[in-house]
Design a protein around this ligand. Structure first.
Ligand code: BT5
Length: 254
């Protein structure tokens, strides 16, 4: 048992040993009417996915591969806010359980000392301009050793065990993450995004720095000014013009 301290998050948990992707299962359950707070968690993913069709390495027993179904009554453009809420919950859970202090790289990377320890993937089911379900996928590297990472990410990925110097309980992390996520989500529904934005900014590494945003419509370089009320990244380019970036990979240039 996970000993959850939540009201609705994780009241229904679908646990699987091995799946292609917990996102795929969550999409099906959400379309079939699964209640808000339903969780899908797996020991292993054989086709774990990142953004833009990228792969997410999800080996057996060494990480948390989890999807959460939420059903906020919001228009689809608000969805990026949920990624940022999840990012704050992940940072707080890692702090609670390990004492490590991770940082957030907009929009969806959680880093420890420049290396990625967690990635977040937010996907939508929308109907006539309202969100029907939001599916937040969280992939957290917990007990991998450096040699467990594939060649392509050995320089860029890390795990909590590598950083803490000892194995970390996956159950304790899930418990804390769901508790934190539920609390933040309730705050968000009651008070709006502003309190979350302040917390998010306190953990963000890129704000105030020179960055390059690689987007599907090209690269934009400049100073990251912050995020808007909707969670959109604002970049001031060198000619002073302001650029709003909805989705990108960010590289720190300094
Ligand atoms: C992400 O995408 O960071 C989102 C990852 C979401 C994974 C969760 S696990 C539960 C749920 N079910 C799923 O199928 N997915 C979600 P993106 O920003 O596109 O980053 C992907 C890139 O990160 C890859 O192209 C690799 O370079 C790198 N990568 C892959 N696996 C990694 C890992 N385990 N740790 C660190 N980096 C990784």
């Amino acid at each position: 048992s996970l000993g959850l301290k939540t009201d609705f998050l994780g009241r229904q948990i679908h646990y699987e040993e091995s799946v292609e992707s917990t996102q795929k299962i969550a999409h099906r359950l959400a379309a079939d009417g699964a209640p808000e707070g339903t969780i899908i968690v797996a020991d292993e993913q054989t086709m774990g996915r990142g953004r833009l069709g990228r792969r997410w390495h999800s080996p057996k027993f060494s990480g948390i591969w989890l999807s959460v179904i939420l059903r906020p009554d919001l228009p689809p453009p608000k969805a990026p806010q949920l990624t940022l809420i999840a990012a704050v919950a992940v940072v707080q859970a890692i702090e609670d359980v390990t004492g490590l202090v991770p940082q957030i790289k907009w929009p969806n990377d959680i880093l420890i000392g420049q290396k990625k320890v967690t990635g977040i993937l937010t996907e939508l089911q929308a109907e006539s301009d309202r969100i029907n379900a939001i599916i937040i996928g969280i992939g957290m590297n917990v007990n991998q050793k450096a040699a467990d990472f594939p060649e392509e990410i050995i320089e860029t990925a890390t795990s909590l065990a590598i950083e803490a110097g000892h194995d970390v309980s996956r159950a304790a992390l899930i418990q804390s993450m769901l508790y934190r996520l539920e609390k933040l989500y309730k705050t968000y529904l009651d008070k709006g995004f502003y309190p979350i934005k302040l917390l998010w900014e306190s953990y963000a590494i890129s704000i105030g720095k020179k960055i390059t945003a690689r987007t599907l419509s090209g690269d934009f370089s400049g100073t990251a000014l912050g995020i808007t009320e909707d969670g959109v990244l604002m970049i001031e380019e060198s000619d002073g013009s302001l650029r709003y970036v909805y989705s990108a990979d960010i590289q720190l240039d300094e």
